[in-house]
Design a protein. Structure first.
Length: 199
């Protein structure tokens, strides 16, 4: 099976990076372009010829403002919607191939995407592979995601900075995530922190 490509269009940096992170963890799938808006969407579709577009429908302009606007991809086959709890146009969602709800768990998003990529996959095989991190590591990850430095975390948890660094290395090795933004997205997706807590 060839590698399937995605374009992700979402205004929120954190949501966009979370979706990109999940897609890139799927074998044979990768994100070729990220967009904050749909201004250049059709030229990007021509440039990259993606297999799928993941888009927040709230980015699609109202027809009275952009009478000739149209995404040059088949919505029911190739376009996946990112939906908030109360999207602008809830009725519009039925025209998309799939809908990823913002309250969906990481496993549910992964399952939906895997089933689109390979419909033969049974739901039992659609879970995301992730190493278990310890409760102490979850606590440290929470503080990292909140923007605390190693020294601040050490003081808060009555640990040495060396111990905090060792835990962070373990977290990175187990999760395969090297950046603070990636760890923050992981923490949000796994309900370790709320988006409002991110600095």
């Amino acid at each position: 099976m060839e590698r399937l490509t995605f374009i992700v269009a979402e205004k929120s940096y954190l949501i966009r990076k979370g979706i990109v992170s999940i897609i890139n963890r799927i074998e044979k799938a990768s994100v070729v372009k990220e967009l904050e808006n749909l201004d250049q969407i059709n030229s990007e579709i021509l440039n990259y010829n993606p297999d799928f577009l993941v888009v927040n429908p709230n980015l699609i302009p109202k027809t009275e403002d952009y009478r000739n606007f149209e995404i040059k991809m088949n919505l029911s086959e190739k376009v996946i919607a990112i939906s908030s709890v109360s999207p602008l146009r809830r009725g519009m969602l039925s025209s998309f191939r799939e809908v990823i709800e913002l309250h969906d768990s990481k496993e549910e998003i992964f399952r939906k995407l895997k089933l689109i990529i390979d419909p033969e996959i049974s739901q039992s095989n659609g879970s995301i592979i992730s190493a278990e991190i310890s409760e102490r590591e979850k606590t440290i990850l929470t503080h990292v995601a909140k923007g605390l430095t190693n020294k601040e975390i050490a003081e808060k948890l009555f640990l040495s900075a060396h111990t905090v660094i060792a835990h962070r290395k373990n977290i990175t090795n187990k999760l395969g995530i090297k950046t603070i933004s990636g760890l923050t997205i992981y923490a949000v997706l796994n309900n370790l922190i709320k988006m409002e807590e991110v600095r």
